[in-house]
Write a protein that binds this ligand. Sequence first.
Ligand code: AQP
Length: 331
Amino acid sequence: MEEKIIYSAAQPSGNLTIGNYVGAIRNWVRLQSEYRCFFAIADMHAITVKQEPAELRRHTLELAALYLACGLDPSRCVLYVQSQVPQHAELCWVLNTVTYVGEMERMTQFKDKSRRHADNINMGLMDYPVLMAADILLYQTDYVPVGVDQTQHVEIARDIALRFNNRYSETFRLPQALIVKNGAKIMSLQEPEKKMSKSDENPNAFVSLLDDRDTVLRKFRRAVTDSDNRIVSEEGRAGISNLLAIYCAFANCTLQEAEKTFEGRGYGEFKTAVGETVANVLAPVQAEQKRLLADRKYLDGILAEGAETARRAAQRTLSKVYRKVGFYRGE
Ligand code: AQP
């Protein structure tokens, strides 16, 4: 049977949050033994909002170490930095010509980030979904494991692929989003109607995978909840529902089990339990990341090898695309 292909990525736009972990990376680790997986560090996406160059470089390396610390195994997946594989930008350009401005303007993330970065509504921000389509389509991806916030982008990648195939003949495999049931969308601890984001201006809104135990406990103690004191997940009670979802994702239990465990207990006790559960999962990941960061040569070697493999796979698709659109390649 033909091997199914997985592609996913995270941006080195800050330290990853527990949202990125639960919605994305943790699931990648499970998938790497079943599929041919490509996992990128999306630095080209990251610069669609302003980044400090030295910080971007640091975050890129830290993210590579974090991927490995979370359990990604370079012998079972291709792990690389997006900007080291120029085919992403090359395919993006071609796909731009089968994408309409109107459909990009309607993208939720574009509208949201344009509001948050009103002084920097650049072309890259608007083109983000086309670059993401290129990321996915280059590897003839079948499944894209993402958090629920990214499904719109996977759908547009599919639309773009279909449009290209219809115009130029069958070229791209049509990708599908793969959404986890538990913890598909972790919300902000301060504004629980909003998703948790690593670039939130308020550091109390998110828990970073690199936060130490005291910080994790403090952030959960300060999490916004309501004045009701029942620990149940209900419509209209975004704060407590989010904390329960986080607890379930980190304690590996069902909502019913969690509600039963905390029946009759107070918010204070519950918040401490959530904080401790999360901190216990993060501690070994942090220790491993620190160990890996001390071995720069090893990390650089993994990334160089990953980029080489990715370039080879990507070039196969890109050559096909260039031929289909009529770019002259010589006799
Ligand atoms: N809150 C979340 N809950 C569940 N999954 C999430 N993801 C992000 N936030 C949550 C998933 O993490 C993967 C990597 O995301 P990304 O780094 O490419 O960018 P993003 O989705 O824009 O994440 P952030 O944290 O909100 O980054 P910034 O603040 O830089 O824009 C994706 O699979 C995403 O679904």
